[in-house]
Structures are given as structure tokens and as C-alpha cells.
Design a protein around this ligand. Structure first.
Ligand code: SF4
Length: 380
């Protein structure tokens, strides 16, 4: 067990680690979204990168790095990471690469909204090392996009896809949402056809859920919006499954389908309970209970169960399996979960609070603290 009591030292099946970076900024809140975001006209990219790298620096003394695991994937999720200035993105990636070994073929993903994809931004992302982009399209229907409060048009989705490809970012994914209320004029088969016509390597398909506290939650509570019945959600899901299978996609996870060789390695790591480190205000880190390898005499068996099997001994479960499956390293959750309207932030030495509204309930300051070997971001 390391000094923090979180995870047993050196008992992972894989000496690979995955990094998730939460970039909370969005231009506006989508009608269905209850993610931990900060609506910002101007993104405080430099301050954010500084705070994030302070958190990363806090991780460097953690005993878990003792066996020098390699980084297999880095995922910038949001929020809308494409709103982060390219220089900040580059600074974060450069620092991670300088501090820890990153696999030569590591998957480096950036979530992007179509209206943020320009020739300049795409080129900068590629130059920074991003090799996979996840585009939040959701629908090609103008009324549906308007109803969702999306910031982009249907035409911008196609332009973004072409722009990514011209920048050499060929491995890109598209998000779509199904099971919209019947009152929203959208054709699910039509959206699927338009998405496939753009040539994505990967599709993420999410069934719409109604979350309390969102505009959609309020519309639904007032009876102004009726959720799609389960039967239609199932029909749309199965239709997508059939169509994608016909087009050679592997529906490898309930919400994700990919052409062969293009499964999201980062996302798959979660399902395989690989260890991952979360950085940023709403990220958490975890040791997957079943990612734990087998231990021989209390020591790591490099490569997991195989060496133990070769030795003729029955692999013993790593003591890690007796621990809770997840260890949250980030503790910004006062009461019951992340405050719906954000958090407050304070960056020591970063000067004044970032530009933008500072009313209670919005992200105004971050206050990273060192704790248990990692930097924690607390609500101020
Ligand atoms: S862009 Fe994404 S994270 Fe931001 S509000 Fe919309 S759905 Fe939520």
C-alpha cells in the first residue's frame, strides 16, 4: 500500500495509465446538460493551465509513479475543451510529456464543438499532438439544434469534419443524441445518414435523459416537453445498431461504435478498469478494481496474469481488489455532489480572478490544495 492508503504499490495488470483532463468552459449551457461546466464568454486559458499543471505537479510525488507507468492516453473532456486556447493546450501536453513517458502511439483526444473547428485551431491541435477529435454534433436538424441550445449549425458540422481531415486529424468521432421528444422535428435515420456521409471513424450515440435542474428538466416538469417513450428509444437504438453494423462499424460498447481499429482506447480503459488520473475541477481518479493484476509474493507481475500463469502458480488476486473500486482524488463536492451551477476557484499567485461574471454560483475561483500526494481543487 502506498503512503496514501489508496492503492497498493505496483499491483496493476498494466503499467499503463490514462489521463483525463476536465476543461469546464462552455459558451452556453445546452438545454439537456447537467455537467459541471462554467459558462464563459472569455475562457481564462492561462489561469486554467496554471492551475491544472499545479495539480499535475502535485501528482508527481505520488508513490504510485514508483514503477514509472507509461501514459497510454490523454483525454480532454468538458465542458468544451476546444474553447481552450491552443497555447494552453500545448503547455499542458508539453508538461505531461516532459514529466512522464507518453507512449509513442498514445491516443490524445480533444472534445470539440463544430463552431470551434477552424483551419487554425485544427492545425494547432495537431501540432500539439492531438490525434483524435470527438465532435459534438448531436443532430443535423436545425430545429433540434436550436431546441438543444447548441451553439453551432448543421452546416458547421460538415465544415468542421472537412477541416479536421485537411489538418490531418483523420481519426475523429461524432456524437449524436437519440430519443428526442416527438415534438422536435428531427429524423433519426436522416441524422445517421448525414453523419455517416461525413466519414467518421467512430460514433457516440447517447439516449437523451431528462436531468433535474436543466432547462429540459423544467420544460418536462411543466409538461411542455414529453420524454420519448422507451419503445421509441429502443427502436432508434436498434436502428442505429443495424445501420452501423451494415456499414462495418463495431458496436463495441453500449454508446459507442467504431470502424475496425478505431475504438476509443481511452474510453475502453474505463470499461476495463484501467487506472486513470483525472485532472481539473470535475475529474476524479480511479484504480479499477479489476484492473488490478495478479501478484506474486506481493510483487507486481509485469503484464498481469500471464507471468503468474507461466510460473505454474494460480494467480492470486491483487490486494487492490479488496479496496473500494474507486478512489476519488478530487474533493470539491460539498453536500450532495458537484454544485449544479459550478464552483468557485482561486489560483494562488494568479492575480485577479478571471474575467467574467462572479455572481455566486458561477465558477469564479479555483483553490488547488495539496493533499495525499495530489493537488485537490476545493470549492472556495
Ligand atoms: S457543450 Fe457539452 S458540456 Fe457544454 S453545455 Fe453543451 S453538452 Fe454540456
Amino acid at each position: 500500500m502506498d503512503g496514501t492508503g489508496w492503492w497498493p504499490r505496483g499491483c496493476f495488470a498494466s503499467r499503463l495509465v490514462h489521463i483525463y483532463v476536465h476543461v469546464p468552459f462552455c459558451a452556453r449551457r445546452c438545454s439537456y446538460c447537467d455537467f459541471a461546466i462554467a459558462v464563459r464568454r472569455e475562457v481564462p486559458s492561462d489561469a486554467f493551465a496554471s492551475a491544472l499543471l499545479a495539480e499535475w505537479a502535485g501528482w508527481q510525488s505520488h508513490a504510485w509513479w514508483a514503477d514509472s507507468p507509461r501514459i497510454a492516453s490523454i483525454y480532454f473532456g468538458g465542458g468544451t475543451p476546444s474553447r481552450l486556447a491552443s497555447a494552453a493546450l500545448t503547455a499542458i501536453l508539453d508538461r505531461i510529456r516532459a514529466d512522464r513517458p507518453v507512449d509513442a502511439d498514445a491516443e490524445l483526444t480533444l472534445e470539440a464543438n463544430p463552431d470551434d473547428v477552424t483551419p487554425e485551431s485544427a492545425a494547432a491541435w495537431a501540432a500539439a499532438g492531438i490525434n483524435r477529435v470527438s465532435l459534438g454534433a448531436q443532430s443535423f436538424s436545425p430545429p433540434a439544434l436550436e431546441w438543444m441550445h447548441r451553439t453551432h449549425s448543421a452546416a458547421q458540422i460538415a465544415v468542421a469534419a472537412q477541416t479536421l481531415q485537411r489538418a490531418g486529424l483523420l481519426n475523429w468521432s461524432l456524437d449524436l443524441i437519440y430519443a428526442l421528444p416527438a415534438s422536435i422535428p428531427r429524423s433519426w435515420p436522416g441524422d445517421l445518414a448525414q453523419a455517416l456521409a461525413l466519414g467518421p471513424k467512430h460514433l457516440s450515440l447517447y439516449g437523451l435523459t431528462v436531468e433535474r435542474g436543466t432547462p429540459l428538466g423544467r420544460w418536462t416538469a411543466r409538461g411542455e416537453s414529453l420524454p420519448a417513450p422507451e419503445e421509441r428509444a429502443a427502436t432508434e437504438f436498434l436502428l442505429a445498431h443495424q445501420l452501423l453494423a451494415e456499414r462495418g462499424f463495431e458496436h463495441y460498447e453500449v454508446s459507442n461504435a467504431a470502424l475496425p481499429g478505431h475504438r476509443a482506447r481511452h474510453n475502453s480503459a474505463y470499461w476495463h478498469r484501467r487506472p486513470f488520473i483525472g485532472l481539473g475541477p470535475s475529474a476524479h481518479s480511479a484504480m479499477g478494481r479489476f484492473a488490478a493484476g495478479t501478484c506474486e509474493n506481493g510483487r507486481t507481475t509485469a503484464g498481469g496474469a500471464k507471468p503468474a500463469a507461466r510460473s505454474g502458480r494460480r494467480p492470486k488476486p491483487c490486494p487492490q481488489t479488496r479496496l473500494p473500486s474507486r478512489s476519488f482524488t478530487w474533493a470539491c463536492v460539498p453536500g450532495k455532489g458537484f454544485p449544479r451551477h459550478g464552483f468557485r476557484w482561486r489560483i494562488p499567485g494568479a492575480g485577479k480572478r478571471p474575467a467574467g461574471p462572479s455572481r455566486a454560483g458561477t465558477i469564479s475561483r479555483l483553490r488547488p490544495r495539496v493533499g495525499s500526494g495530489s493537488m485537490r481543487w476545493w470549492p472556495a
